[in-house]
Design a binder for this molecule. Structure first.
Ligand SMILES: Cc1cc2nc3c(=O)[nH]c(=O)nc-3n(C[C@H](O)[C@H](O)[C@H](O)COP(=O)(O)OP(=O)(O)OC[C@H]3O[C@@H](n4cnc5c(N)ncnc54)[C@H](O)[C@@H]3O)c2cc1C
Length: 567
């Protein structure tokens, strides 16, 4: 039996919010429901509340294009400001009310009336395409554990990555006396002031958490197995005048955003194969090396400077991490972990250290999309099995997977832009989905859409060929490359190229089941309903201008004016 829900989306993170905005305001469609296992919107920014959490892409760029915010406090904002969360009492990063004027995730959801479409505390456990050609979505209420099923006309599932617990298997969980948590599950009930803390890992999260916690902790020992490239990260607060300009000068924020976008995108040149890229990379490496030598304590220089090319691991724009290594209560141990016992850690150097708490800054299992839920396609095959057979996650344009009709992914395989904002990539995917799947279904033009397996494979193979020789494959251990040796995470080139790719006509790529001959009427009606008043005003203004121009220019003048324009 079909119920009234027509679109189901799993996940109300930034990508989901962007999709909700498009469904409601660009497509004029209201028959959709979002389910998220968290207690509110924001995804990553709701889950990652560790001290120091923040954005490493300028926030003017890492923000929704449809809800520009002139009140960002600084160039690179911290997590609470991005989320506008209500954890003030437990988060170490407190903002005065005046500083949280702009807001982002929460504000966007309310401003565009999206909250009523969202149900929180509901987890999707599995989904399957049934024999009648509909999705069946199995859900569980995370509080009551009540299980139920929803059958939308078509489904949309958002990609999700899982935590990487990496080296945590080296411990005996049951006997643990020390506190132990991942940075993405920060225990705010634990007061770490004056305590002895271990941080395992040295990626982006560790670089943020070490300088933040070492301000209050008694002792912080960081276990790091390999080096990273660090760059300076100036982070200037915006002045009141700058905020005024952002809010009051038309298109000023758009202009700055575009400038930031182009600058970020140009950094991709350092990652590409070939001698030209190597030259650019050598220059960037020299700058980073200098920065490390100038900022970090001398005793760590040898370990800190990598022997792999810049970009092979995600580069770190330093949030005062190297500076914090000078603190007397901070120790960087360039060793792995042999084992963890009840009260301490023994490193691979044989040194055992006692701790009050162990923090895993081991990142995320970026290769695992939409886990732990399982999705079953047309022939009953699980997506995880299909992806095992293809030697890693893959999707046409990072969005569509064969055997899975009326199903799309956001922030899916190979859509991670090297230096640019993930929100840009997500918004591009939302637009692409709206055009290829959602609008045609809403207009009753089609009842189903599925990418052809050959199109998917050809697209993915071409992309993998492009990735060959890129810096991601330079041999360091990184989260881009999966156990089969394939890179299922990175987009190989410029973020703008991905956008252009979505605009190309997609001829012969999809199998479509057509529905109504009269769809064009629905499309026109949708356009009429969703076109903004300002657009009608501009259209009327242009028409009036055209009429006035025709009236004021007599017929015999026209050829002369025409000649003047074209000359
Ligand atoms: C600490 C940190 C800092 C980052 N900084 C940047 C940055 O500076 N710039 C940048 O571009 N990117 C950054 N990123 C990447 C960031 O993840 C993306 O920018 C963004 O969050 C992607 O949004 P999303 O909505 O696709 O996924 P997410 O934010 O992960 O949201 C997914 C949502 O789906 C929900 N969900 C998952 N599974 C289920 C299920 N089975 N049932 C119900 N709900 C489910 C989750 O609860 C979550 O709310 C950062 C990531 C982290 C972890």
């Amino acid at each position: 039996m079909m119920d009234s829900v027509s679109v189901i989306v799993i996940g109300a993170g930034p990508s989901g919010i962007s999709l909700a905005h498009t469904l409601k305001h660009k497509l004029g469609f209201n028959d959709f429901t979002f389910y998220d296992k968290l207690d509110g919107p924001g995804g990553t920014w709701r889950q990652n509340t560790y001290p120091g959490v923040g954005c490493d892409v300028p926030t003017l760029l890492y923000s929704f294009s449809f809800n520009q915010n002139p009140n960002w406090s600084k160039e690179l904002c911290e997590g609470p400001e991005i989320l506008e969360c209500e954890f003030d009492s437990i988060l170490p990063l407190k903002y005065k009310p005046t500083e949280i004027i702009g807001l982002d995730m929460e504000d966007t959801v309310d401003k565009f009336d999206l909250r009523k479409h969202m149900q929180f505390g509901v987890e999707c456990t599995s989904a399957s395409w049934n024999s009648q050609g509909f999705w069946e979505i199995n859900l569980v209420d995370t509080k009551t554990q009540v299980k139920y099923t929803r059958t939308p006309l078509y489904s949309y599932l958002q990609s999700v990555v899982s935590l990487s617990l990496g080296r945590s298997n080296l411990l005996e969980w049951r006997n643990l006396v020390v506190r132990f948590f991942h940075t993405a599950r920060w225990n705010h009930h634990f007061d770490y002031s004056g305590k002895r803390l271990a941080v395992i890992g040295n990626g982006c999260s560790a670089a943020q958490v070490v300088p933040a916690i070492s301000q209050k902790a008694g002792y912080v020992k960081q276990y790091a197995r390999s080096a990273q490239w660090y760059h300076e990260r100036p982070n200037r607060p915006f002045t009141s005048f700058e905020k005024w300009c952002l809010g009051n000068i038309p298109l000023w924020e758009r202009y700055l955003r575009l400038r930031l976008f182009l600058t970020s995108d140009s950094l991709v040149a350092t990652y590409l194969p070939g001698p030209a890229a190597e030259k650019v990379r050598a220059k960037a490496e020299s700058g980073a090396r200098q920065y490390i030598y100038q900022t970090a304590p001398k005793e760590y220089h040898k370990f800190l400077v990598p022997d792999f090319p810049l970009g092979c691991k995600r580069r770190i724009f330093d949030p005062n991490y190297l500076e914090s290594l000078h603190r007397s209560n901070v120790e960087l141990a360039p060793v792995g972990i042999d084992h963890i016992d009840e009260t301490g850690i023994t490193g691979t150097d044989g040194v055992r250290t006692e701790f009050d708490a162990i923090m895993l800054a081991t990142g995320f299992d970026v290769q695992k999309f939409i886990v732990p839920m399982e999705v079953y396609g047309k022939d009953g095959k699980a997506l995880s099995q299909q992806w095992l057979e293809s030697r890693g996650a893959q999707a046409y344009m990072g969005v569509y997977v064969h055997n899975f009709p009326n199903f799309g992914l956001l922030f899916g395989p190979n859509t991670f832009p090297a230096h640019n904002s993930v929100l840009f990539a997500s918004e591009v995917q939302v637009e692409y989905l709206a055009r290829t799947l959602l609008a045609p279904i809403i207009d009753h033009r089609i009842s189903s859409l599925e990418v052809k397996s050959t199109s998917e494979n050809q697209w993915v193979n071409a992309l993998q060929t492009e990735l060959k020789g890129s810096v991601f494959e330079a041999g360091c251990s990184n989260w881009y490359i999966n156990p089969h040796g394939r890179n299922s995470a990175s987009w190989p080139g410029y973020a703008s190229t991905y956008w252009k790719e979505t605009l190309k006509p997609q001829v012969g790529v999809f199998n479509r089941v057509y529905r109504s001959k009269f769809w064009i009427g629905n499309t026109v009606w949708r356009w009429i309903r969703t076109t903004k008043k300002e657009s009608y005003f501009m259209l009327l203004l242009s028409l009036a201008g055209f009429m006035w121009h025709r009236k004021s220019v007599s017929a015999h003048q026209l050829p002369f004016i025409y000649r003047k324009i074209v000359s």
